[in-house]
Structure formats: C-alpha cells, structure tokens
Design a protein around this ligand. Structure first.
Ligand code: E4P
Length: 217
C-alpha cells in the first residue's frame, strides 16, 4: 500500500520524505488556502521535494475551464496529477486528460457508483472520503470495501486512494481491505509508529544495556 501525505506544508513533506516512507502528496484548495502560499509555486516546490505523484486540484467547474487549468498545472512538473471533482464535467475532463497521457485523481467520491464512473473515465486514482462519511454516520470504510470488490470484478486499473483519513484505525482497515493508497494528514501519519509498549520496551533495553558498560561503535 502506498502512503501519500495530505498537506501543502513544505516542512512536513520534507520531514516525511526523509523517512523514505512517503510515496506522494495530495493537496486540495482548502489545504492550499491554509498554507497561505501561491498555488502553482507551492506545487512546484512539492514536486521538487518528491518524485512521487503530487495531486493539484482544478478550481474550474466546467469542462473547458478544467482543461485550461489542467494545461497550466501539467507544465509545472512531470509528477503533477490533475485532481478533478466527481461531476459529469470532471469525468469528461478525466477522460480527455487520460487520453492525452496525463495522470488524474477524481476527488470528492462518496458512493460506489461514483467510483465506477471514475474508473470508466480512466482515472488514475479515485479518492473516496472516509472521514466525511463517518461524520454523517455512514460507514466510510464500507465504501472502500465496495469499491475494492467492484474494481476487482472488472479488473479496473484505477487505484483506490483512500482519503479523508482521520485515525490510525482508518489506515489499518484500508490496508486490510486492500486500498492501493492512503492519503493521511502528517500528524496521523507520524502517529502510526507509536505504541506505548515499544517505548516502554526500548526504555528497559537501554537501561539494561547501560549496565553492561559496553559500546557498539
Ligand atoms: C483528499 O484528497 C482530501 O484532500 C482530504 O483527504 C480531505 O480530508 P478532510 O475530509 O479531512 O478534509
């Protein structure tokens, strides 16, 4: 399973790239607004830090506008993935961009039928939002399960990019279900390594090691 980080904060991305565990980055207009940075500038900077796929979302809602914006965004770097909303215009743009050889990420997916349409439009990634479904008392993980079954039934190559991840449990369940990618906020991604028994065990090992008076290097 690939790990993407869901942020436009350069420092977080740099730190996570340095761990060697990061496969890509997703952004959205809200994350760009939160960063306070110029959109194209920040995407260019992220694309220099990582070789992985970097999703940059269009702001236009009509097909022509999306295609015009996508044409600008793909100029930024080879690893830019065009993020498009799950609307008929977004799917039409997805099909055209796929035919031109560009990677796409169809976002704001909340149903299995939407995911089916995105796969038919040739999307590289589909982004089902788990947390936002959980927020309205609908099981977000169930959507990931449904999409996995549908994509496997027909051999669709579109990758399931589980988004709106809020907890380490979401990550674990996505891995069990077989999502291809999870995009995770930096703090949640870092928290995956944490276990109190790891900390306790390490503390005890270090105390016992100190008693031996030995050094290794
Ligand atoms: C994914 O592409 C989205 O940017 C993101 O995961 C949305 O997460 P949120 O629901 O926590 O805003």
């Amino acid at each position: 399973m690939k790990f993407f980080v869901d942020t436009a904060e350069i420092k977080d991305i740099e730190e996570l790239v340095a761990t060697g565990l990061l496969d890509g980055v997703t952004t959205n207009p809200s994350l760009i607004a939160k960063s306070g940075r110029d959109f194209k500038e920040v995407i260019a900077e992220i694309c220099k830090i990582t070789d992985g796929d970097v999703s940059a979302e269009v702001a236009a809602t009509d097909y022509d506008g999306m295609m015009k914006e996508a044409a600008e965004l793909v100029k930024i770097a080879d690893n830019v993935v065009i993020k498009l909303p799950l609307t008929l215009d977004g799917l039409k743009a997805c099909k055209s961009l796929t035919e031109k050889g560009h990677k796409t990420n169809v976002t704001l997916c909340f149903s299995a039928n939407q995911a089916l349409l995105a796969a038919k439009a040739g999307a590289t990634y589909i982004s089902p939002f788990i947390g936002r479904l959980d927020d309205i008392n609908i099981d977000g993980l169930e959507l990931i399960r449904e999409i996995r079954v549908i994509y496997d039934n027909y051999g669709f190559e579109t990758e399931i990019l589980a988004a709106s991840i809020r907890t380490p449990n979401h990550v674990k369940e996505c891995a069990i279900i077989g999502a291809d990618v999870v995009t995770v906020p930096p703090a949640t991604l870092r928290s995956l390594v944490k276990h109190p028994l790891t900390d306790k065990g390490l503390e005890a090992f270090l105390a016992d090691w100190a008693k031996t008076g030995q050094t290794i290097a």
